[in-house]
Write a protein that binds this ligand. Structure first.
Ligand SMILES: Nc1ncnc2c1ncn2[C@@H]1O[C@H](COP(=O)(O)OP(=O)(O)OP(=O)(O)O)[C@@H](O)[C@H]1O
Ligand SMILES: [Mg+2]
Length: 318
């Protein structure tokens, strides 16, 4: 499959009073045309920072310190403001983390979507409203709700509306950052089905971000596992679940299937991720790893292709 987006050796830091926080530390991956690509990892591992970097929305104290982001042959990091205006929403759009809770409470849902269209496209207000109506119907919201305010819609409906808004300018790539967190299980399923439906219908590439790999199991073609700002493993979804190579990936999978008998606690990986403001020598997962060896505390493993299309960063494997 053809490559749509290349992220090469991306490093992003936040420069705070505590020092430099290396939120994303030398990450590389490609997104193919029409694929669903999952990015998973615990809270704080840098998932949203990657998403914001792709749209060049990192603001101080954050800064992209190294790397390249190539979309359809063009380096996003070198785009002018004018080029960025044609890139955001039209080529790549995003369902921001928590967006369904940050809709403007005083504007009706239809006009909020129309407003977003008007900012990015040269159409009349009437056309924008008509398009908003079509989009809401497309994501399963009845026409009669067009004049509702956000608080009149359920969480699932608000998330649908936010997805509709992100699709308004026919992007080629949609980034959905934790689109199902905070929704109950049934509604989660509906939102996932909607995303899959939209992806197929518009032949979108989709980056699906979640801290929960179980939500991406049935959806993603490939999954990237992040830990403390680094990429630990990347493989086809089936392969990742059937033969995970990184101890961290195995831990994540085990913590999904670990809810066994009454009274027994859900299994989770012992320990917690490291502080990102300290330089981490060696593998960042080493302190929590059941399979560590002596060199893990000093040698930082790079991401290597150890099976065709199966990449891992682990001293034990490479
Ligand atoms: N504006 C900021 N200033 C300082 N540090 C930040 C800022 N934004 C993010 N960080 C830090 O960067 C790291 C990565 O954050 P990021 O939001 O990308 O993680 P995430 O994987 O999306 O987490 P979550 O699952 O909680 O959404 C974290 O340690 C976070 O504290
Ligand atoms: Mg996030």
């Amino acid at each position: 499959m053809e490559t749509l987006l290349e992220v090469k050796n991306l490093s992003v830091s936040y420069f705070t009073r505590r020092g430099e926080i290396k939120a994303v530390d030398g990450i590389s991956f490609n997104i193919r045309r029409g694929e669903i690509f999952g990015i998973a990892g615990e809270s704080g591992c840098g998932k949203s920072t990657i998403a914001m970097s792709i749209l060049r929305l990192i603001r101080p104290p954050g800064r992209i310190v190294d790397g390249e982001i190539i979309f359809d042959g063009t380096n996003v990091l070198q785009m002018s403001q004018e080029e960025l205006r044609n890139f955001r929403w039209k080529k790549v759009s995003m369902v921001f983390q928590g967006a369904m809770n940050s809709l403007n409470p005083v504007h009706r849902i239809g006009s909020q979507i129309a407003e977003a269209i008007l900012i990015h496209d040269d159409v009349s207000r009437r056309e924008a409203l008509k398009r908003a109506e079509e989009l809401l119907t497309l994501v399963g919201i009845e026409r009669s709700r067009l004049k509702d305010y956000p608080h009149q819609l359920s969480g699932g409906m608000r998330q649908r509306a936010v997805i509709a808004m992100a699709l308004a300018l026919n992007p080629k790539l949609l980034i959905a950052d934790e689109p199902t967190t905070a929704l109950d299980v049934v509604v989660q399923r509906q939102v996932l089905d909607l995303l899959m439906d939209m992806q197929r219908r518009f032949d979108l590439s989709l980056i699906f971000i979640s801290h929960d790999i179980s939500t991406m199991a049935g959806l993603s073609d490939r999954i990237a596992i992040m830990y403390a700002g680094r990429l630990m493993e990347l493989a086809d979804t089936k392969e990742l679940f059937s033969s995970p190579l990184h101890a961290y990936t195995r831990g994540l999978i085990k913590s999904l299937t670990g809810f066994v008998h009454k009274g027994r606690r859900l299994w989770s990986i012992p320990g917690s991720p490291p502080d990102l403001d300290a330089d981490i020598p060696g593998c960042s997962f080493e302190p929590r790893c059941q399979e560590r060896s002596d060199r893990c505390s000093s040698n930082t493993p790079g991401l290597m292709e150890v099976e065709p299309h199966h990449y891992v960063a682990c001293n034990r494997v490479t």
